[in-house]
Design a protein around this ligand. Structure first.
Ligand code: MLT
Length: 266
């Protein structure tokens, strides 16, 4: 779709029925959910949105970039499709956007699933690491940064057996310009803690974590899972940050079960 403020917003829209919205993380695009889209669209309507600079979506690297602005990007697609209620799944940065969306548009949510993500703000340590990463990208460019950073997001066994898939993810992420990536990092840095929403939202909330995730540390993330009144927690073994590729069968079961659960609940 062409949006008056944002320009081109690209999204995949497949299947029919209850709506499942998939938000990708940094530095990916909606195609990271390819397998989930093709399987889950047999049961549900699946909408996977490309954030700025991903897929054929317009670039948006101005200083206003924020999780709130990306939530408006998501809202624009739902308005375009006249969709009133969805189950929202956010992978990592997509989960931070999902929390910003929930803050503004809680009534549109039938369920929320944080996939390798968190409602908390960055820890002090993570903030420092992000600042170092921004400096690295400014000095050495984004391509080298991505080549070094992405393999560490996968479990050690996946990296060993599926190096072709890891390399493909690196190559695809390298399509996104450095300015755009830096804008995302700055936006993530300034996002607030939204864990209070986990207590306030009156909907089922699910969490999926990987035991080998180096980006969302299990012990820190687990402290929020008791906040929702209706909380569903999945902790995957031999999984890093990208269960969509590392554990597609398990993730399919988790997502489709959660969809049915949310529909039955509301
Ligand atoms: C992501 O996958 O979106 C990133 O790991 C998020 C982050 O850097 O916090």
């Amino acid at each position: 779709m062409m949006h008056p403020r944002f320009g081109q917003i690209n999204y995949e829209d497949a299947g029919q029925g209850a709506v499942l919205v998939l938000l990708h993380g940094f530095p990916f695009h909606s195609g990271i959910f390819q397998e989930q889209i093709s399987i889950l669209s047999q049961q549900f309507r699946v909408i996977a949105i490309d954030f700025p600079g991903a897929g054929s979506s317009a670039l948006l690297s101005h200083p206003d970039m924020s999780m709130e602005l990306l939530a408006e990007w998501v809202k624009a697609v739902l308005d375009q499709e006249h969709i009133a209620q969805v189950v929202l799944v956010g992978h990592s940065m997509g989960g931070y956007v999902a929390m910003a969306f929930a803050e503004q548009y809680a009534a549109m949510l039938k369920g929320l699933l944080l996939l390798h993500s968190t409602a908390y703000a960055d820890s002090e340590e993570k903030k420092q690491a992000r600042i170092r990463s921004i400096q690295f990208m400014e000095t050495h460019g984004a391509k080298l940064f991505l080549k070094q950073m992405i393999p560490d997001l996968f479990s050690s066994s996946f990296k060993r057996v599926h190096s072709d898939q890891v390399e493909r993810v690196v190559r695809e992420s390298q399509q996104i310009p450095a300015d755009q990536l830096i804008a995302y990092y700055k936006a993530m840095l300034k996002r607030p803690d939204r864990s209070y929403l986990l207590r306030n939202l009156k909907i089922p909330i699910a969490f999926v974590f990987g035991k080998e995730d180096t980006s969302i540390l299990l012990e820190q993330a687990l402290t929020q899972v008791s906040f929702p009144a209706d909380s569903h927690v999945h902790i995957l073994d031999q999984t890093g940050h990208i269960s969509m590729l590392e554990q597609p069968k398990k993730l399919h079961l988790i997502l489709s079960h959660f969809m049915y659960y949310c529909r039955a609940e509301t």
